[in-house]
Design a protein around this ligand. Sequence first.
Ligand SMILES: Nc1ncnc2c1ncn2[C@@H]1O[C@H](COP(=O)(O)OP(=O)(O)OP(=O)(O)O)[C@@H](O)[C@H]1O
Ligand SMILES: [Mg+2]
Length: 377
Amino acid sequence: MNADASAAFDLEVESVVKKFAAFTAVDEVSFTVPKGSFFSILGPSGCGKTTLMRMIAGFLEPTSGDLRIKGRSMLGVPPNRRPVNMVFQHLALFPMMSVAENVAYGLRRRGAGRAEIEEKVAAMLARVGLPDAGEKRIDQLSGGQKQRIAIARCLVLEPDLLLLDEPLGALDLKLREQMKVELKQLQADVGTTFVYITHDQSEALVMSDQVAVMNAGRFEQVGNPQALYYRPETAFVAGFVGDSNRWIGAAVAVDGRGIKLATDDGLVLYGTAAGRGQVQSGGSLDVFVRPESIAISRSGKDMESWHNRVQGKVKNLLFNGANSRAVVIDDKTGFELIVALPQTGEFADLQRGETVHLGWSAEQTLCFVHDGAAEAA
Ligand SMILES: Nc1ncnc2c1ncn2[C@@H]1O[C@H](COP(=O)(O)OP(=O)(O)OP(=O)(O)O)[C@@H](O)[C@H]1O
Ligand SMILES: [Mg+2]
């Protein structure tokens, strides 16, 4: 690799494998992270996220493969010699020191002068929205404030790469919602490359430029949030990112990417082949339809244009403001569908037991060759 090409990437991971005895925790993972971007690794518990992160930080050596930061291989380079800092889920602030002393800690260890330390600490506290917190004790901070200080303590060292391992995991939902907006803004302001790991898809989608979806030690797909959401390449990604109605079915007829299929419950649908596998007539499928791609109507007028149509009764209403849904049972098969309710207010008075008509397109009925991996999602 020549130096110019690699300068564009702060991190390059090439065919990295980590084995613990016979168990492969990270399996041939490769990816690149452009300078100044926000890259997330999203996957369920135990899929290997922290193991991968620890190899990048230098706390673990890969069994095979290479890791480069700014074009330089990190193999054999100890953690403190890598231009990397890591924020842990269970943050380790020093409780006996003030906030300012915590943030100053790394600079002091590097032997920075007093004036420089004071200036950088003050600037960083302002950056994370806590300009007056310097004299406080750690136990006088809220959970979210502690997390900001933990991040400030790393950022003040101006690493090329900041690694964050589920940094919002210990916070309550409301605070997490707020912190994810703040963290994205902070990353945009400072321009430091972030590699962020989480099992929370909403965190990954909201904050990231690129997301890698990880499953059982492997990367299933790397893409921007829109690509993962609208064009999943595997059944696992379709199931793990966002909500979907999902069925197992069998292909009845295949014409190019168009598929006629029957679900296990006996519903006949029209779908589109997705992902890498080749769908064969008679083959088993994983089928996904997003709640928001289903149109709902009380009258049943103008539904003819949809490839897929169902008439059913409202079994349940899941009111959640802008995210409200209805559970509808197909009259013919007893089959349940979750449908997003449009924000027009037209369905604000929808009642349980009411008859509704549903319609959706074949393009939004994604069919993957069934491989069993989707059940884990
Ligand atoms: N030092 C170790 N020795 C043996 N097995 C390990 C070791 N570290 C991790 N593992 C195993 O590797 C797998 C991946 O662990 P890892 O901590 O990377 O998962 P994770 O994706 O970070 O999960 P979580 O979301 O729960 O933090 C797990 O099955 C774990 O038990
Ligand atoms: Mg972990």
